[in-house]
Design a protein around this ligand. Structure first.
Ligand code: F0G
Length: 370
């Protein structure tokens, strides 16, 4: 009797539909990527991140506009860099590489370190001393990167690693590596796969401008194959104190609370200007105050914790509110997870936080206002 019940239960459980695991973006989009049968796929099952409707932003904008967040902070190391790194490291492995190198404001170093380890390689990372958020530094340390913190900014670090990769047996995995953009373009595929069409606008933070270039490649590839019928306007945003692409000139000493995009001389600037022109897009800057306002809004109203650089896409969209067409569908890219930068979170929130409370039910209840 008991056995029969158990067997019935088992059959029921087996019949219940289950979702298969997301296989990682290389396996998901293999035919769109420069992969051969000889490419070892080094993956942490990145990609397949959620596209979340932002009801509170819809309300602010009105006019039946629908805004979605592509929450790429939910990748394995907490940023969109994983999309590029799975490709760059897989191709490096295929070519017999033993060590990789990058300059980073933090996220690239975390992703490079994790994927290098997965691919059994060494990873060297150059970072601007004192300007990498704690969570990112913690990741690079735990993933076993060999970290060199320089007394200079990201731009200086990048010029050093570019030279080093020419002279020494190390593969450069910054976004000048074309495989990085190939991996990152899959985010555009995922957006179209989810919405059934390309959005009207894509709002995205820009630092070195690799990601905006990668998205544009992705949107164009689907468009050319007829999978989507339109192309989005690409709206790129930078922090006001670090806005070389908005001002059209190199910034010697970039400054912003959004350390991820504290970049004064973007290596992909030519590509970015082409994207702007081809997509009839716009580049704008947002202040640190506007970034923090959007950052807090996402946390409090949407339950989404992103890092400050990522919030610039929302801050930028809100700044362009008057220009948004009626019924528009807009995707804002949230590039990194809020846990990356705990210091920023602790300094910038409106939370109720009472400490030093006696462990007594009545006192606790009183503190809750009961
Ligand atoms: N958002 C986050 C969270 C980033 O970490 C970066 C870049 C960007 C946006 C800008 O992307 O450079 O492709 O325009 N971070 C790099 C790094 C520079 O070293 O982690 P981009």
């Amino acid at each position: 009797m008991v056995k029969q019940i158990l067997n019935n239960l088992k059959t029921k459980l087996i019949l219940k539909p289950v979702y298969k695991q997301w296989p990682g973006l290389i396996k998901a989009y293999k035919e769109w990527l420069p992969i051969t049968n000889n490419t070892p796929i080094i993956s942490l099952q990145e990609g397949g991140t959620p596209l979340i409707e932002l009801k509170s932003i819809n309300k602010i904008i009105g006019n039946n506009v629908k805004v979605y967040a592509k929450y790429d902070g939910l990748n394995p190391t907490g940023s969109f860099k994983d999309r590029g790194m799975t490709m760059a490291i897989s191709k490096a492995k295929e070519e017999g590489c033993k060590a990789v190198i990058c300059a980073s404001t933090g996220n690239t170093s975390a992703a490079a370190a994790a994927y290098a380890k997965k691919g059994d390689m060494r990873s060297f990372v150059l970072i601007p001393d004192g300007y990498v958020a704690q969570g990112k530094l913690a990741q690079a340390l735990v993933y076993g990167a060999e970290i060199i913190a320089i007394k200079g900014n990201f731009d200086k670090a990048l010029s050093i690693v570019q030279e080093m990769s020419k002279e020494f047996p190390v593969t450069l995995v910054n976004s000048v590596n074309p495989y990085r953009l190939e991996g990152q373009k899959t985010a555009a595929f995922e957006i179209i796969d989810a919405l059934g069409e390309a959005p009207d606008w894509l709002c995205i933070p820009m630092g070195n401008a690799g990601n905006i270039s990668a998205y544009w490649i992705g949107f164009n590839e689907y468009f050319k194959k007829g999978i989507s019928k339109k192309l989005p306007r690409m709206m790129g945003f930078q922090a006001e104190g670090s806005a070389p692409l908005v001002l059209g000139k190199t910034i010697e000493n970039p400054e912003t609370i959004a350390t991820a995009i504290r970049i004064g001389n973007p290596v992909n600037k030519e590509k970015a200007y082409i994207v702007k022109k081809e997509s009839e897009g716009k580049f704008n800057s947002v202040t640190d105050e506007e970034i923090i306002k959007a950052y807090k809004l996402l946390g409090k109203e949407e339950g989404i914790f992103c890092e400050p650089a990522s919030a610039s896409s929302i801050a930028g969209l809100l700044k362009l509110k008057k220009e948004i067409p009626k019924n528009a569908v807009i995707v804002c890219v949230l590039t990194g997870n809020g846990l990356k930068d705990p210091d920023c979170a602790i300094k910038n929130n409106d939370a109720v936080f009472k400490s030093g409370i006696e462990p007594d039910l009545e006192i606790v209840a009183k503190n809750m206002g009961f």
